[in-house]
Design a binder for this molecule. Structure first.
Ligand SMILES: [Zn+2]
Length: 429
């Protein structure tokens, strides 16, 4: 295992030197030159250490790196020299118990130390010809792929997507795309299907190191399947979500005016904490931890922001065409939110709490039309742009590209997919 770790390090760098397709990103000339020097140096070291013996140790509970080196048989002078160089690039106190550390010896003399500092990076300290140690943190070559996750919701959408290798970023983006017509606390149930297609970079151990653009999201609930494609229309500054016909996912008002990614039906209150779902209760309650951001469901003007009887801290926003939305039991208001403030759709207006008549942290959300509460489920007024002309033509090309990627991914054999195994590091860095 120790030898494999050391060898893997060398081979990975060789692959990089031969232009093995890793991290295909444009680099500045100076960086390229520096890289070449580093690789040459590292290659020399690789040659040298392959002749040496490599042994793997694991950090003991409460053990320091100095303690580990001593335990492995390094002299006090070697330990001090190695640590002195390492502390320039890494704080050894960040090593966790159980973490593997590879040590290299030649004739009982310590010649090298290597360990993974974080997913996608390794710290090495090598003995120089002068007898000192030189340490550096090296980025491991990353592999890029278009990842596709298609799965059935198990306990919650969030935990299932995480387990399948998505990060908070992708799950949050899916929740954003569907926030206009899905009630994430009641509409999404175990057994529902979802799909995510996104760019992923992973290291040689299969850890997701970071993710790139999210290309496609799909959710199939009892209401039926819905697919959205990411597309940046000419003149726009950021991509937006469109269905297969080029119609925007955006609607006049959101159905889930809160980050829905972490909401789960299991966690939610099916009944109002005080009143139950009586005929009088026309609002929607979202159980969520105190401090969860609450979003303006649509563009409008704040007409009220302050304590309001049993509603506790309360915000009411006036939108176009006689519509209003109300948000109750907030722990606090977002900065600058007061009567008269203009708000954008999706802007944070306050945070979940349990003020007023409430037994636990939740958002009470109401949609009103001409002063009467209405069920947000009846609100399907599209608001976003529908692509036309040249934009629609460009969208068609992008949609076909994404669908092709999905088909290619979906047609892979289970063995090929297993090769793309995902063990979660702290992804989405
Ligand atoms: Zn309520």
């Amino acid at each position: 295992m120790a030898a494999a770790f050391g060898l893997g390090l060398g081979l990975a760098w060789n692959a990089g030197l031969l232009g093995g397709g890793a991290v295909a990103e444009a680099a500045e000339t100076a960086v390229v030159r520096e890289e070449a020097a580093r690789r040459a140096e590292h290659l020399a070291f690789t040659e040298a250490y392959l002749a040496h013996s490599a042994r793997e140790f694991r950090v003991g509970s409460g053990e320091t790196l100095a303690g580990l080196l001593t335990r492995a048989g390094a002299s006090r002078a070697e330990t001090n020299a190695a640590l002195a160089s390492l502390t320039d690039v890494y704080d050894p106190r960040r090593l966790r118990p159980g973490q593997p550390v590879s040590l290299y010896f030649s004739d009982a003399q310590l010649t090298g130390v290597a360990f993974r500092s974080e997913p996608g990076a390794t710290v090495t300290a090598n003995r120089t010809t002068a007898g000192e140690f030189a340490a550096r943190e090296v980025e491991m070559p990353l592999t890029f792929e278009i990842a596709r996750i298609a799965a059935q919701v198990e306990t919650s959408l969030y935990s299932t997507a995480l387990a399948k290798g998505a990060t908070d970023r992708e799950i949050g983006a899916l929740a954003d795309a569907f926030s206009y017509d899905v009630d994430f606390q009641r509409d999404v149930q175990p057994g529902d299907q979802f799909e995510l297609v996104f760019e992923r970079y992973y290291d040689d151990e299969g850890n997701t190191v970071r993710t790139g653009d999210l290309l496609f999201v799909s959710l199939e609930t009892r209401q039926g399947p819905r697919n959205f494609y990411s597309f940046m229309a000419p003149g726009d500054t950021r991509p937006d979500w469109y269905d297969a016909d080029g119609k925007s996912a955006r609607r006049f008002l959101m159905k889930t005016p809160i980050n829905g990614a972490r909401l789960s039906s299991g966690f939610g209150m099916r009944r109002h904490p005080i009143l139950g779902y009586s005929r009088m209760h026309r609002g929607t309650d979202f159980a969520a931890p105190t401090g969860t951001p609450i979003l303006a469901a649509g563009e409008g003007t704040v007409v009220r922001a302050g304590p309001f009887s049993s509603f506790g801290n309360y915000v009411r926003i006036r939108h176009a065409n006689g519509y209003e939305t109300a948000y109750a039991h907030l722990s606090r208001f977002a900065r600058g939110v007061r009567a008269g403030t203009r708000v954008r759709q999706g802007q944070i207006i306050g945070y979940v709490g349990t003020t007023g008549r409430s037994t636990g942290p939740h958002l009470h959300y109401e949609v009103l039309r001409r002063g009467q509460q209405i069920n947000p489920i009846n609100l399907r007024v599209a608001n976003g742009r529908n692509l036309t002309g040249r934009s629609l033509e460009l969208f068609e090309i992008e949609r076909q590209r994404i669908d092709t990627l999905r088909q290619v991914r979906a047609s892979e054999t289970p063995a090929q997919q297993a090769a793309l195994r995902v063990t979660r590091g702290d992804g989405g860095r």
